[in-house]
Design a protein around this ligand. Structure first.
Ligand code: PSV
Ligand code: MN
Ligand code: MN
Length: 388
């Protein structure tokens, strides 16, 4: 028998972090479609994140991307966040959008460029010291486009040097999460193309370094839940950048394309104890809402993660283990598919009522008139964020 109150307690404790860049205007290299009411600066992005938290109850932090969210006083931004009922989450350095980085950042053959990139990473650690953020989320666009362009091996050594310098600067509970990506913007080699490369660097670096799994960064058909299970077992799963994809790094709403995959990932999290605070798994979104309204899309995304988690918590683990032990393949598989087929919306509605929020966050947001308020208040504002 599944203990419903334990399921609810686990869902209440799960925090899903939204990314500041998802609130700003975004698009593709073909076109950025500007929307009304988008935030004009980091403060307004924090306001929008606070709105998502107010309606969902489980999104209490917002990740920052520096310099997209550069402000004069990060302490003041943290104070602003606190006043709005949220906190500042992971700090994401940006070492991919300047001309100097044409041949890479920390892996660049030019020592001066490497130094510049490293200085930015260290600056981000300083920002974490002010904001109280635990996680530095590292993603490197570094790589090569042509065979022979640079030494694959030398680039790995440069990467190790930079990571270890950053690692040495971390204090308290600070961690670095190393994200990987199969391809793009480099097409021949990426310097951190896969979880294995990230894992090897994290093992070298020690306990503060963990792997960040962005669900959009794999080849089609990759079994992401295997990666999740493996890393969690080795205490090297730092967290997620959730989104969903059809072809590449699409950054669409998590759970929109393949909710069953999201469920399978969450099953491995639940089975591996990854929902316990002590496991330190950060559930973060990394998305761009190019054609859909942003705040409702983020609410939807948070709910999608929550629904997948709820279903994973409903897996009858005793029945699963018994079937696995006796080699009863069909019953074992049914333990998962039965849980996935369960309609968890009534349970989640009940949970929200317990938490004092509306059982239907999207409908409540639409009714609230919040969009009309920001649309009118933010008229003429510059767009902020990815592709802006
Ligand atoms: C790169 O594709 C990435 O997933 C990294 O996490 C970046 O920080 C983020 O997207 C920017 O949107
Ligand atoms: Mn990402
Ligand atoms: Mn990405």
């Amino acid at each position: 028998m599944i203990d419903q109150s334990a399921v609810k307690a686990a869902l209440r404790a799960q925090h899903i972090e939204t990314p500041s860049w998802a609130y700003g205007n975004s698009g593709t290299r073909f076109k950025v479609f500007a929307q009304e009411g988008v935030p004009r600066d980091a403060y307004e992005k924090v306001d929008d994140a606070a709105t998502v938290h107010r309606f969902t109850g489980v999104a209490p932090t917002v990740a920052l991307h520096i310099p997209w969210d550069r402000v004069d006083d990060y302490g003041d931004l943290a104070k602003h966040a606190k006043e709005r009922g949220v906190g500042l989450g992971a700090i994401n350095p940006n070492v991919f959008q300047e001309d100097d980085y044409r041949l890479g950042s920390v892996c660049n053959p030019d020592e001066a460029v490497r130094r510049k990139a490293l200085d930015h990473l260290l600056e981000c650690v300083e920002i974490m010291n002010v904001t109280g953020s635990r996680d530095l989320s590292l993603w490197f666009a570094d790589g090569t486009n042509y065979p022979g362009q640079d030494s694959i091996r030398a680039r790995q050594e440069r990467l190790s040097d930079a990571l270890s310098t950053v690692n040495d600067r971390l204090t308290g509970d600070q961690r670095m999460l190393l994200e990987y990506k199969l391809f793009e913007p480099a097409f021949y080699t990426m310097d951190v193309p896969d979880w294995g490369t990230s894992y090897a660097h994290c093992v070298d670096l020690g306990e503060r370094a963990k792997v960040l799994v962005d669900t959009g960064h794999h080849a089609p058909g990759t079994n992401i839940e295997f990666i999740v299970s493996f890393l969690l077992h080795r205490d090297k799963l730092g967290g997620f950048h959730f989104n969903s994809r059809f072809y590449a790094d699409d950054d669409l709403m998590v759970g929109a394309a393949d909710p069953y995959q999201l469920f399978r990932i969450m099953v491995e999290i639940v089975l591996g104890g990854g929902l316990d605070a002590s496991a330190g798994v950060a559930f973060m979104l990394d998305q761009c809402h190019n054609i859909e309204p942003k705040i409702p899309a983020l609410i939807r995304s948070v709910l999608n993660v929550q629904e997948a988690t709820a279903k994973a918590l409903l897996v009858d683990q005793d029945a699963l283990r018994a079937a696995q032990q006796t080699g009863d393949v069909l019953t074992a598989n049914a333990a998962l598919t039965d849980a996935f087929a369960t309609d968890v919306r009534p349970l989640l509605a009940e949970l929200r009522e317990d938490m004092g929020i509306d059982p239907d966050p999207i409908a409540a947001y639409r009714r609230s008139g919040h969009f009309e308020t920001i649309r009118d208040a933010r008229k003429g504002g510059a767009a902020a964020g990815w592709g802006a």
